[in-house]
Design a protein around this ligand. Sequence first.
Ligand code: NAP
Length: 283
Amino acid sequence: MTAQIIDGNALSKQLRTEVATRAQALKAQGVTPGLAVVLVGDNPASQVYVRNKVKACEDSGLHSVLEKYEATMTEADLLARVEALNNDPSIHGILVQLPLPAHIDAQKVIEAISPAKDVDGFHIASAGALMTGMPGFWPCTPYGCMKMLESIGYDLRGKHAVVIGRSNIVGKPMALMLLQKDATVTVAHSRTQNLKALTLQADVIVAAVGKRNVLTADMVKPGAVVLDVGMNRNDEGKLCGDVDFDGVKEVAGYITPVPGGVGPMTITMLLVNTLEAAERASK
Ligand code: NAP
């Protein structure tokens, strides 16, 4: 059996076209959806991420502002910038790129973002909204995973989902989203014993660990859906996920590749959240 590939690039293209259409409709009402991306310091990976986010906005007809600051920026100055963006009517979404320099309390900065503009979905109010099923912004990476499941028409009701990883930005919100769709959810982490016994029971596996080959073919039930969130480098320095793709694709029913899987969906869901924020603000 060879798994069907869930193509994150193709799905992103489709969703971004929908974003562009909805952005056009808002513009016709005089509202251009706007995202502010704030980068502090010169972390090379962060520079690439913010550039990609700003370009994705432009390509979909969203207005974007990139604010770059020296690594020496004080926490007070950053909080003042966030407050100014909270009060700027042309900005509907605010994203402060993580990690921040060590002298800045990242959680404090995230909590300073207005929940109405928290398009990354990291604010405690967004987390609470997800937990209680109230309207709010969902973190982009797990939200993208849910869209991938939706794209294959997968009905999660009563299915067993195993999420490997329990971070606040991926694993935990992923588990809550799956639960909201009536899956029975198991969350595994570094202290989990006998991971294989759990994954072998799973209809859906989401790997969000950050280690190569966390999931191998012998750990997967035939026909399972495997979503690979991990971003790692292999021995040749090439991007790879947490899943042993070549082995697992022979057992799984569906699988996401790395690159070209969950990665592009993350930025796409940022655009979706920004558009949604602008639509809500204009009502
Ligand atoms: P993280 O904060 O480091 O969390 C990793 C999780 O994996 C932790 O909960 C950890 O358990 C668990 N873990 C570690 N070793 C394990 C093992 N051997 N077995 C089972 N669980 C184990 O990472 P993250 O931010 O969630 O990101 C996870 C991966 O996704 C990374 O590769 C990251 O680069 C990638 N990522 C990709 C995207 C994208 O757009 N594609 C977005 C975000 C993240 P403990 O809690 O017990 O330590």
